[in-house]
Design a protein around this ligand. Structure first.
Ligand code: UDP
Ligand code: MG
Length: 139
C-alpha cells in the first residue's frame, strides 16, 4: 500500500481508562495499517516540544501538564488519505461537538482530555513521526 501517513497518540486519559484496546480496534476496523507503535511517557520537555506550535495559546500550559501526566501510545498509521480520514474517525477537538460514533465522542472526557491526537497536515505528520520513531522502528 502506498498510502498517506498520519501520527496518532492515545492520550493519558484514554490509556488510564483502559480505552487503548477499544481505540486500536476502531483504528484497525477503519482500515489503517499500523506502521510503527510504542508505549511511552512524555517528559514535560518532550510534551512542550511536541506541542510547540501551540505555545502562545492559553491552553498550552495545561496541555503540557496533561500530556506528561501518564503513559501514552504513539502510532504511525498508513491509509489512503490518512490525515483527513483519521481526523474524521476521531471527531472534533471538543467531544461535545464530535460526531456520534467518533473516537472522541465515545472516549474523550473534555476539550483537553480528548483521548487521541491526529496530525493535521503532511508536514506535521512527518515532524511528529520523526519525533517518536527512527527509520528502524517503521515497517
Ligand atoms: N486543547 C485544549 N483546549 C482547547 C483546545 C485544545 O486543551 O481549547 C488541547 C486538546 O488536547 C487538543 C490539543 O490541545 O487535542 C491540540 O489542539 P488542536 O487545536 O490542535 O486540536 P486537535 O488537532 O487535537 O483536534
Ligand atoms: Mg491539532
Amino acid at each position: 500500500m502506498a498510502g498517506q501517513y498520519t501520527l496518532t497518540m492515545i492520550k493519558p486519559d484514554a490509556v488510564s481508562s483502559n480505552y487503548t484496546g477499544g481505540i486500536l480496534k476502531m483504528i484497525n476496523e477503519a482500515g489503517f495499517r499500523i506502521a510503527a507503535m510504542k508505549y511511552t511517557r512524555l517528559t514535560r520537555e518532550q510534551a512542550m516540544k511536541f506541542y510547540e506550535v501551540h505555545r502562545e495559546r492559553p491552553f498550552y500550559e495545561g496541555l503540557v501538564e496533561f500530556m506528561s501526566s501518564g503513559p501514552i501510545v504513539a502510532a504511525l498509521l498508513e491509509k489512503e488519505n490518512a490525515i483527513a480520514a483519521f481526523r474524521e474517525l476521531i471527531g472534533a477537538t471538543n467531544p461535545a461537538n464530535a460526531a456520534p460514533g467518533t473516537i472522541r465522542a465515545l472516549y474523550a472526557r473534555d476539550v483537553q482530555q480528548n483521548a487521541v491526537h491526529g496530525s493535521d497536515s503532511d508536514e506535521n505528520a512527518l515532524i511528529e513521526s520523526d519525533f517518536f520513531f527512527s527509520r528502524l522502528e517503521r515497517f
